[in-house]
Design a protein around this ligand. Structure first.
Ligand code: ADP
Ligand code: MG
Length: 424
């Protein structure tokens, strides 16, 4: 008889309860990962967490393990405590209200339930900040122990305020099974969280890789002209050098320094220590800054810059963005022999913004166009062949796309498209 009764403590409903909880945890991470909306603000994330936990909370109560005269046994405390440990009181309080209302609607009002869960809410919320500091394994152990301690405390509370009877099934289903279930669920949560974290780290690493590659090649590129300058300076120190040779050396040294400057210009942002910060960028303002920066350069070349800027906002790093269009527009100016203009326009569509830079310059041949963006490809006497590469890398980094059309003798048009940031 004893054997038979014990079997009913661990029955199909225990597994069902666990199933509801685990599925909703997966569901939470699934939505969090794929629906960008939830990543936007912490509040949305908390709201999602509350909703995803209140579903198993209610289902556990609806399909309990065991119904005793004065007690309904189910695993509702597992989602409740998970929410409390991970979310603190802001998640716990709505869950508490949902739990108490649901319990009241389904099985009627019982004071013990209110007392027990208010107690769990208070101690669980206090435990939460401590819990969140812990590494994965310690979280599993700490949450299991805390669940066990809270179950014992709840039992003592229940006995103290009523003539509550501690049955075998109560010990199994309320005191022993929940800590193990919490252990499982925390393990699942941590594993999923880790997977998400590693992925976002990998994306960041990839970006860092691009930047460090660029940084490595720039220092190499600048070292070359500087070495040449140094060499000529040393030569000039020699006593028996004619004024003429000195003049010659000086010119070479100055040219090399010019080259170093050109490289730094093309690399501007990458040469600086960069804050890897993305922010809302007002495309029209940023482009205006670039155009202002390039005006003197355009004037020297007898080129007009004609902007048609519409307000639009995207997400990205301002420094990178300006560097990108600085290089593109500068190439446009340099392509113009004699008089001409570079047109910079912004087109806003439903979800995208397209920036078009068109010049009336000398254009490119098919071969040149195919090599556009290749490092060190330059047709200019003093070109670095780095500007286009930097621009393209930045566009890719910002999740943008680009196309370029060019006709020899007619001009070149560069179209760059980014996702529009929908303003709240
Ligand atoms: P650089 O400007 O130092 O030569 P870039 O990487 O900026 O290096 O550009 C590479 C090459 O692409 C240029 O040398 C030029 O031949 C070609 N190019 C880029 N933009 C244009 C343009 N708007 N019109 C014509 N040719 C261009
Ligand atoms: Mg250039």
């Amino acid at each position: 008889m004893g054997e038979l009764r014990k079997m009913t403590y661990i029955n199909q409903h225990v597994l069902n309860n666990l199933f509801y909880i685990l599925v909703s945890i997966f569901f939470f991470y699934f939505l969090y990962d794929y629906v960008r909306f939830f990543q936007r603000k912490k509040v949305y994330q908390r709201l999602l967490f509350v909703v995803c936990l209140s579903v198993p909370l209610i289902l556990c109560m609806k399909y309990p393990i065991y119904i005793a005269p004065d007690c309904v046994h189910d695993l509702r405390q597992v989602p409740f405590l998970i929410g409390t440990f991970y979310g603190g009181w802001t998640v716990s309080l709505p869950l508490l209200i949902i739990l108490l209302v649901a319990r009241w609607v389904m099985y009627g009002y019982q004071f013990i339930t209110v007392a027990v869960y208010v107690m769990m809410f208070m101690f669980g919320s206090l435990f939460s900040p401590f819990f969140k500091q812990l590494p994965k394994t310690k979280r599993m152990i700490a949450s299991m122990m805390m669940t066990f301690i809270l179950a014992i405390a709840a039992t003592i509370l229940a006995i103290a305020i009523s003539d509550f009877e501690v049955t075998e099934s109560y010990i199994v289903d309320f005191i022993l099974v929940p800590p193990v279930a919490v252990l499982f669920v925390v393990f699942a949560m941590e594993t999923l969280r880790e997977a998400l974290l590693i992925r976002s780290k990998a994306i960041k690493l990839e970006k860092m890789e691009v930047v460090s590659q660029l940084a490595a090649s720039i220092s190499h590129e600048i070292r070359n002209p500087l070495t040449v300058v140094k060499g000529f300076m040393q030569l000039m120190r020699g006593k028996d050098i004619s004024e003429e040779t000195k003049e010659q050396y000086m010119n070479i040294a100055l040219e090399e320094l010019d080259r170093a400057c050109a490289i730094i210009d093309d690399y501007l942002t990458f040469a600086k220590p960069f804050p890897e910060k993305t922010e809302p960028l007002h495309v029209h303002h940023e482009l205006q800054k670039v155009i202002d920066m390039l005006r003197p350069f355009a004037n020297i070349h007898g080129v007009k810059i004609v902007p048609t800027l519409m307000p639009a906002t995207i997400k990205g790093n301002g420094q990178y963005f300006r560097q990108c269009f600085l290089n593109i527009i500068k190439n446009g100016i340099e392509a113009i022999e004699g008089d001409g203009a570079v047109y910079v326009a912004v087109y806003v569509a439903e979800k995208t913004v397209t920036i078009v830079v068109r010049d009336e310059g000398k254009g490119m041949t098919k071969e040149q166009l195919a090599r556009y963006g290749e490092p060190y490809f330059s047709t200019k006497e003093k070109g670095t062949g780095l500007g286009a590469m930097v621009s393209i890398r930045i566009i890719e980094m910002m999740d943008g796309t680009w196309t370029m059309e060019s006709e020899k003798g007619r001009g070149t048009t560069m179209k760059v498209t980014f996702h529009l940031l929908l303003e709240k």
